[in-house]
Write a protein that binds this ligand. Structure first.
Ligand SMILES: *Cc1c(COP(=O)(O)O)cnc(C)c1O
Length: 378
């Protein structure tokens, strides 16, 4: 049997071999600056536009609607700050289960005088259109609700939420960092004005992402300088990583249907077998959750101890999310779905990728009961 298995793909994923191969020549062979007019610059400019096309194909939008950024965090910051500050309106609405890249931006906007409304979620982590309809008004600049949650995998009713948003002439942004290549996304069909993605969650490199901005939407840059990315994101473009993001998106989309089905099967096997262990419950929805996410609570267990015990058996997983893994505070997502602090701290997140195998699942099924006995002291 296999000796180790990686189940922390919600935190980051392996760069696909095909992606790395495509990136490598752009470090020291074709290293030109896309703004240079000589042939080396031309190669870089051409490959950037090819990558932009691949990302836009994956989101079903136009290449001119894609801004390359340094990652999901920057995309989220740009989406909110770039639109809200120039909107002339005062209200921003988001949800209680957003990533810190949204919640911290909202906290900043609040400090500088904006009115921030945080929508509650139900016990499965879902935002309701009714709760949005109650608080949205003509002074609302933007609504931001993630496509799928990074901790408990809840998929949100994005099309319905954007519908309510547009009835009040506000913009709709979604953080699709976890959902991209796992959930069917169509920005026009779903009424999305702005959407964030990240390379390293889809088997691309770290430090690159993109923001989709629907044509005609007015947005200000946060990073000023040489005017790259249509003036919206200055700094010499990270050509190798942008190549990697495009390839990662293209590759994931080409096998998405089969990958999603396989991950769903593994996820369901993990959920079924884990829930057979006494004192175990599922966090997040039974239906309508990300194909690669399973999230559990265990009575009387400290999640941190469980992670360390599993790690000794070669299983790499996390409690809530990588960004909160270093802290002993309960995840805000767990609190938002009504879990107590103790319940919140007893959690285990299993996040799959298309590279996980049945052998990995078997290793987890064998190790988890043992790890639980160890941490429960029996
Ligand atoms: C990982 C993640 C981010 C941050 O993306 P980076 O590329 O690491 O900055 C934002 N939102 C969600 C939902 C994420 O899972």
């Amino acid at each position: 049997m296999k000796k180790s298995a990686y189940f922390d793909n919600g935190a980051t994923t392996a760069v696909a071999k095909e992606v790395l191969d495509e990136m490598l020549p752009f470090f020291s062979e074709h290293y030109g600056n896309p703004s240079s007019i000589h042939s080396m610059g031309d190669i870089a400019a051409k490959v950037m536009s090819a990558s932009r096309k691949k990302v836009s194909n994956a989101l079903k939008c136009r290449p001119s609607e894609i801004i390359f950024t340094s990652g999901g965090t920057e995309s989220d910051n740009l989406a909110l700050i770039g639109t809200v500050l120039r909107s002339g309106k005062k209200k921003v609405i988001t949800s209680a289960v957003e990533h810190s890249a949204i919640l911290e931006v909202c906290a900043y906007l609040k400090r500088i005088g904006y009115d921030i409304v945080i929508l509650p979620v139900d016990k499965e982590g879902k935002v309701s259109t009714d709760s949005l309809a109650k608080v949205i008004d003509k002074d609302t600049a933007l609504v931001s609700v993630m496509t799928a949650n990074n901790v408990i995998g809840t998929i949100q009713p994005i099309a319905e939420l954007s519908d309510v948003t547009h009835k009040h002439n506000a913009l709709f942004h979604t953080d699709a960092v976890q959902a991209f290549t796992k959930v069917d996304i169509d920005v026009a069909r779903d009424g999305i004005d702005l959407l964030s993605i990240s390379g390293h969650k889809i088997h691309g490199p770290k430090g690159v992402g993109a923001l989709y901005v629907r044509n005609g939407i007015k947005i200000d840059p946060m990073i000023l300088g040489g005017g790259q990315e249509n003036g919206l994101r200055s700094s010499t473009e990270n050509v190798p990583c942008i190549v990697g993001l495009g390839k990662a998106a293209e590759l994931a989309m080409s096998t998405m249907n089969d990958d999603v089905k396989r991950m769903q099967r593994m996820r369901d096997e993990i959920i079924d077998s884990t829930l057979r262990i006494k004192g175990t419950y599922l966090n997040g929805p039974a239906d309508g959750r990300l194909c690669n996410n399973a999230h559990f609570g265990f009575d009387g267990v400290k999640g941190m101890d469980l992670i360390l015990s599993l790690n000794k058996m070669g299983i790499m997983a996390s409690t809530a999310s990588a960004c909160t893994a270093g802290s002993a505070d309960p995840s805000h997502v767990m609190t938002a779905i009504g879990r107590s602090a103790e319940e919140a701290l007893s959690s285990l997140r299993i996040s799959l990728s298309r590279y996980n195998t049945q052998e990995d699942v078997d290793l987890l099924r064998e190790s988890l009961p043992k790890a639980l006995r160890t941490v429960r002291g029996r």
